[in-house]
Ligand binder design. Structure first.
Ligand code: APR
Length: 376
C-alpha cells in the first residue's frame, strides 16, 4: 500500500493502516524537518478529536491543545459574540497547531515501525486502473525510482501527483472561484482577543485566530493578484487595526501567503486503485477551517475500507468510500460558502448585513451556525 504525502491525511491513514496490520509506505516530497514545522491550520473540530482519541493519537493535543468556543463579529453595526460551545450541539474546537499534530502523528508512525521516505517526490501514478498500480518517484539525490503496491492513496494535496495522474475524463472537477483573496499572516504576537475575530469592514474582511500564547494567525482581504510581500508590516497592522476596530498586539510576521478563496472538489474520489483523501480530494476555502478536519475524517474512513479489502477481501467500504466522503465534503462546502457571503461584500449576492443581523438576533440561526461551525 503506497501513501503519497505526509500531511494530516497521509499520516492518519498510515497510522491506522499500521495499527490494522496493513503494510504501507509513505512517500513525502519534503524533508522531515519541514513536515514537522509547516504552520497551516489549527482548529480541530470535536469529531476530529474523537477520531484521534479513538486511535490513541490525541495525547499531544490533550496535553497542550486549548479548548475554544467563542467567536466575535465586528461590523459597522456594532460587535457581538457567539458562545458557540453553548449553542447547537454544544461542541468546542481544540486549538492545536497543525504542525504539532503532524509531529505527533509522524512520531507515532515511526515509533510503531512505519516506513516513510522523505525527499521523495511522487512524479506519476501509473496503471491505477489495473490490479498492480505503481508510483514513479524522484528520490533525494534526484535518482528516479518506482514503487508498486495494491493501492495508492493520494494524500499529496491539490497540486500533487495523484491529481495530476488522473486521465482526462476519469473524474469530474467541481471548481468555483469566489473571486476573493486573503493575505494569510502568521504573527509572532500574542492573541489580541479571547475569541476568533471576524471583522467586516467597507475596506474588506479581517480575521483573527489564536494559535498559541505567542503566535496569532490573521487574515486580511486583499485585491486579487496581490503579492505576499507587497505590503509593509506597518501597513498591514494599520489595516488590521482599522478593520478590526481596535488596537492589536503587534509583532513580526513570520509567514505571509495569499489565498484565493476557491473550492475544488473531485468526484468520484477514486480512479481504479487510486484513492484520494484530504486536499487532493477536495480543497475548500479556509473561511470555515474545514480542510484539516475533513482530511482526518476521510483518512479514518479510507483506512477502514482498505483494511477490510486487503485483510478480509471485503470491498464494500472501498466501493462506498467516495460517496461517504463527498456527503461530508458537500456539507462543509455549503457552510464555507455561507461563511464567505457572511464575511464579504459580494455585489452579485449582497446578503452580508441581513445574514449577520439574523445571526445576531435569532437563536435558531445561532444553533445552526454552531452545529455547522464545529461539525464535520
Ligand atoms: N510527492 C510526495 N509528496 C507530496 C507531493 C508529491 N508529488 N506533492 C505534495 N506532497 C506532500 C506535501 O509536501 C505535504 O506534506 O503531500 C503533503 C500534503 O499535506 P497537506 O497539504 O497538509 O494536505 P492534507 O494531508 O490533505 O491535509 C489537508 O490540512 O494543511 C491543511 O490547509 C490544509 O486544510 C488542509 C488540510
Amino acid at each position: 500500500m503506497i501513501i503519497l504525502g505526509a500531511g494530516p491525511a497521509g499520516l492518519v491513514l498510515g497510522n491506522l493502516l499500521r495499527a490494522a496490520g496493513v503494510d504501507c509506505v509513505v512517500l513525502e516530497r519534503s524533508t522531515a524537518a519541514s513536515v514537522r514545522t509547516r504552520a497551516r491550520a489549527g482548529f480541530l473540530a470535536a469529531n476530529t478529536v474523537r477520531i484521534l482519541d479513538r486511535h490513541g493519537l490525541a495525547d499531544g493535543l490533550h496535553r497542550t491543545g486549548r479548548p475554544h468556543s467563542v467567536c466575535e463579529f465586528r461590523t459597522e453595526d456594532g460587535a457581538f459574540r457567539l458562545d458557540y460551545g453553548n449553542l447547537g450541539r454544544r461542541e468546542r474546537h481544540t486549538v492545536y497547531p497543525q504542525q504539532e499534530l503532524v509531529t505527533d502523528l509522524l512520531a507515532r508512525y515511526l515509533d510503531t515501525g512505519g516506513r516513510i521516505r522523505f525527499e521523495t517526490e511522487a512524479v506519476a501514478v501509473l496503471d491505477a486502473d489495473s490490479t498492480r498500480p505503481s508510483v514513479t518517484v524522484r528520490g533525494p539525490d534526484g535518482r528516479p525510482g518506482r514503487w508498486r503496491g495494491r493501492y495508492v492513496a493520494g494524500c499529496d494535496g491539490r497540486h500533487g501527483a495523484a491529481r495530476r495522474s488522473l486521465p482526462p475524463g476519469a473524474v469530474r472537477r467541481h471548481h468555483h472561484d469566489h473571486g476573493i483573496s486573503w493575505l494569510g499572516l502568521l504573527a509572532e504576537a500574542p492573541p489580541s482577543l479571547d475569541a476568533v475575530g471576524y471583522a467586516v469592514h467597507g475596506r474588506g474582511f479581517a480575521g483573527h485566530m489564536a494559535r498559541t500564547a505567542d503566535i496569532t494567525r490573521y487574515y486580511l482581504q486583499c485585491p486579487r493578484g496581490t503579492a505576499p510581500d507587497a505590503w509593509s508590516d506597518d501597513r498591514i497592522w494599520a489595516e488590521l487595526e482599522l478593520r478590526m476596530r481596535g488596537p492589536l498586539h503587534r509583532g513580526a510576521f513570520v509567514q505571509r501567503t495569499v489565498v484565493d478563496l476557491e473550492s475544488d472538489v473531485l468526484e468520484p474520489l477514486r480512479y481504479g486503485r487510486l484513492l484520494l483523501a484530504g486536499d487532493a480530494a477536495s480543497l475548500l476555502s479556509p473561511s470555515a477551517a474545514k480542510g484539516a478536519n475533513l482530511a482526518v475524517l476521510e483518512a479514518e474512513i479510507l483506512a477502514r475500507a482498505l483494511a477490510d479489502d486487503l485483510l478480509y477481501g471485503d470491498s464494500e467500504g472501498l466501493d462506498a468510500y467516495s460517496e461517504r466522503c463527498l456527503a461530508h465534503i458537500r456539507r462543509a462546502q455549503r457552510f464555507s460558502q455561507w461563511m464567505i457571503r457572511l464575511l464579504h461584500d459580494i455585489p452579485s449576492a449582497p446578503t452580508r448585513r441581513p445574514c449577520l443581523e439574523t445571526l445576531r438576533t435569532s437563536r435558531a440561526e445561532q444553533d445552526w451556525f454552531a452545529e455547522q461551525y464545529v461539525g464535520v
